[in-house]
Structure formats: C-alpha cells, structure tokens
Design a protein around this ligand. Structure first.
Ligand code: ARG
Length: 472
C-alpha cells in the first residue's frame, strides 16, 4: 500500500513538484509563458545540483533524513548532472525553472525519496545560493579574459617604449608620449577592474542556503557545514535579507559596466586612429568590414560593436536597480529577471574582451605617422617652459607666458617651434641657447619624463616590470 501511495506521489511530483494541491486549476498558458525561466536559468544547473547535494549531505549529517536517503538523493543528483552534461535531458517549460526541473528529474530517478530533498529549504534561498555560486564560478573565467587583454597590451608596450605618439587632452595634441605609456594606462584600468571583481566576490561570499523562505527553519540544520561544502566563507546572518538581497548582482553588473566603459573608450580610440585623418593604425582585415556600395571602405565594425555594446551592459545595470527599487521584503517574482540581466551582460563582456584582445594582437601601427603628427603640433612647448624654469630661474608662470608669446610668433611665421632659429628665439630672451632648443625635440621630451609613472622609456620599463609582477 505504502508503495502504491509513494509511486502515486512520485508520479504527480514528476509533473510539477511545486504545484500545490490547493490550486484547483493549473496555470493558464499565459502565466506559464511569463512565469517560465528555464530557458535562461538552465545555465545554473551545475550550481543547483551542487547546492542540492550539499543540502542533502547536511540533512543526513543532522539526521533530518537517514543516511540511506541521503545516499539515494546524492546518487540520483549525480546521475542527473551526468545526464545534463551529456545533453541527455530535455528541460520542460511547464516546470518553470531549473530548480523544479531538477527536482522533477530526481523524482523520476529515485522515486518518492526525492520529496525529502526540499526539507528545510525554499526555492528562495535555493535560487539566490545558485546565483551567487554562478557569479563566483564565472568570475574566475572573466578574470582570465581580463588578464589576457592585459597581457596583450603589456606585450605591445614592451615593443613600443620608443614609439612616440601624441598624447591628448580635449582631443587636442597635448604632449608627446610613447605608445607603451598609452597601453599601460589601460593595463592599470583593467587591473582595477580585476580588483573590483575580486572585492565584489569577497563581499558576496556568504551562503544564503538555510535561510528558508524568509524566516529560517525549525529543523536543526547546520549552515556552517553547507557553507564549507559550497566554498562560502560563512552563512549569511539574516534570513530575511538573505533571500531578498541582490546587492551582489548589482555590484557585479557595476563591475561589468565599468569594464564595458573601459573597453568602449579603447574602442573609440581605435576607431579614431583608424580614421584616414589620423591614420595611426591599420586594422586587421578580419576585424573590419567593407561597404556594400563604396569599394574602398574598411570599417572598424569590431570596435564599433564593442563601443555600442557598452550601452546594453550599462542599461542592464540600470534595469536591475529599477527592479529592486521599491520591492518589499522578501522575495517577489520580479527578482526572477536578475539572471537574464546578469547572463547577458556577462556574455557581452566576455565577447567584447576577446574582440579587443584580437584587435590589439592584429593591429599594425603607422609609427612614422604617429611621430610626425606630434612633431608638427608644438607639443613640446611645456618642455621649453620647463627649461626656462630650470635654467633661467623663471617662475613657471613667467616661463609659461614667454613660451606662449613664442608660440604666437611661430604661428605668425607659419613655423613650428622646432623650426625656429636660435636668433629668433633669442629675441625673446638672450640667454636662450641651443640646449633650450633641444627641448623642442619630441624624443627629448619623452626621455625627460622620468618621474614615477611618467612616459620616459626608463619609467615605462619600470611600469612594465611592475605590471608583469602584479597582473600576469
Ligand atoms: N525561478 C525563481 C527565480 O528565479 C525561483 C524562486 C522562486 N520562488 C518563489 N517563491 N516562487 O527567482
């Protein structure tokens, strides 16, 4: 008799373990459609099964279920994991989400004992545990993507400590810098992104499993044990907060958004540099497209798409913030959309990082054009002013003024600073000598920026050493 009852329960549970008998009618087609998240959250199947195995082990250890039941559940879950890995299963939309799908598969696999797994657990603590685990797991590969781009930029920097290019402020030529100096700026940005990612993971590293629906549970569970099994630092402190908290997801989205901003700025510069008027770089053919009408065109689509994608990623951050705003404690179904948002931002960023890495690896630099464009921009005016301070004891403001006058004079004569004769310069101050004239050289200018973090080959080489040690 017991067996018949058990198999009856098992059969019903396979259909939908969470459909409560007090709901006389099944969900309408429309509710089924809007409610179902399996297409999205099946990406968390490994985390869901790992979480369930830890939960079952804890229930067994605490004698809430027998050791035999524990073993049966754990085995069943491992078989399901294997089946999903081998793509032997078909997820069902009518079972809503990954949690119900796996529970239903467990019923199919081991019968009524499957019904014991959800003791002292709710989908509310289950989903947030899975979600945190997913972010933790995938942050490892995100970090690898970031590191790969850093490595690629450091390699370019190594080769180009002597390649001179214009440095800009207001997108006006400001001072000469080396290409290495430019690349290392992004290495630092990405370094901070990696640190931010690590901080985000450190903060989210508390285990919500065992919070139940919102109030905790009357079963004698051991949350430290599941925390250990699932590699969390410790259990979360407040059950109500545990199930309603999505701060960690917002923070992760912010980290992704800032990465997208960095990539977008970088992409924008590549687009500019590839423009005919700049002509600083030649893009790899594989990452450019032609036009359907203009045969000569080579468009920087790869970079443009990375720049555009940042809009989606930032939009996603905003979307989750707006979903959370005004949401009463604890769980509401609004929260179900968090995963779609995170997965899409994560995929976007991984792709964008790969595209940028490929772009930098294949790009060629027109180093002569870069050097010429800085040579012809009076970008060393500040160096000349500095010389006046260092050798003629001018105050910086006096030197700045005098240099300004010389620039105006050169403009009037249709000359660049380095084209002025010594005689012409001495009209402004007799003590100006050939040494002063040397400051107009862009190479001199770069060589002299020896301050910590500066653009001289000497400083840049130090920065490269530091970056390799810190980041690679
Ligand atoms: N699929 C749901 C989600 O992703 C799981 C949590 C369901 N909880 C509930 N009380 N209905 O948010």
């Amino acid at each position: 008799m017991e067996n018949i009852v058990n198999s009856f329960i098992a059969h019903a549970m396979k259909k939908n373990p969470s459909r409560n008998v007090h709901l006389k009618k099944g969900p309408s087609k429309l509710l089924e459609i809007i409610n179902s998240s399996i297409v999205v959250d099946q990406r968390m199947y490994k985390e869901d099964i790992e979480g369930s195995i830890a939960h079952a082990k804890m229930l067994g250890k605490q004698k809430i279920i027998t050791k035999k039941e524990e073993a049966k559940i754990v085995n069943g879950l491992k078989i399901i994991l294997n089946n999903i890995n081998k793509r032997k299963v078909r997820f069902k939309k009518e079972l809503e989400d990954i949690h119900m799908n796996i529970e239903s598969m467990l019923f199919q696999q081991i019968g009524a004992t499957a019904g014991k797994l959800h003791t002292a657990r709710s989908r509310n603590d289950q989903v947030v545990t899975d979600f945190k685990m997913w972010i933790k797991n995938n942050s490892v590969s995100l970090d690898k993507h970031l590191k790969k781009l850093q490595k690629c930029l450091i390699n370019i920097a190594k080769k180009h400590t002597l390649t001179i290019m214009p440095g800009y402020t207001h997108l006006q030529v400001a001072q000469p810098i080396s290409l290495a100096h430019y690349c290392l700026a992004y290495v630092e940005m990405i370094g901070r992104d990696r640190l931010r990612l690590k901080n985000c993971i450190d903060i989210l590293n508390e285990n919500p499993l065992g919070a139940g629906a919102l109030a905790g549970t009357s079963f004698p569970i051991d949350r430290n044990y599941t925390s250990k099994l699932l590699n969390f630092n410790k259990p979360t402190v407040n059950a109500l907060d545990s199930v309603s908290d999505r701060d960690f997801a917002v923070e992760f989205l912010f980290v992704l958004s800032l990465i997208s901003i960095h990539l977008s700025r970088m992409a924008d510069e590549i687009i500019l540099w590839a423009n005919q008027q700049f002509n600083f770089v030649k893009l790899p053919d594989e990452l450019a497209t032609g036009s359907s009408i203009m045969p000569q065109k080579k468009n920087p689509d790869g970079a443009e798409l990375v720049r555009g994608n940042a809009g989606n990623v930032i939009g996603n951050l905003n979307a989750l913030l707006v979903i959370l705003k005004g949401l009463p404690l604890a769980y509401s179904k609004d929260l179900q959309d968090d995963k779609k948002i995170i997965f899409s931002s994560y995929d976007n960023i991984c792709l964008a990082l790969d595209v940028m890495t490929e772009m930098w690896s294949g790009i060629t630099f027109n180093t002569n054009v870069m050097a010429e464009s800085v040579q012809n921009s009076n970008a060393t005016a500040t160096d000349f002013a500095n010389w006046l301070v260092q050798h003629l004891k001018f105050s910086f403001r006096e030197a700045y003024k005098l240099t300004g006058k010389i620039v105006a004079y050169a403009d009037k004569k249709n000359k660049k600073l380095h084209q002025l004769e010594l005689k012409e310069l001495q009209k402004f101050n007799k003590k100006i000598n050939n040494d002063a004239k040397k400051t107009f050289s862009v190479n001199e200018s770069v060589n002299n920026k020896k301050s910590f973090g500066g653009t001289s080959p000497q400083s840049v080489k130090q920065t490269i050493k530091y970056a390799i040690k810190k980041y690679l």
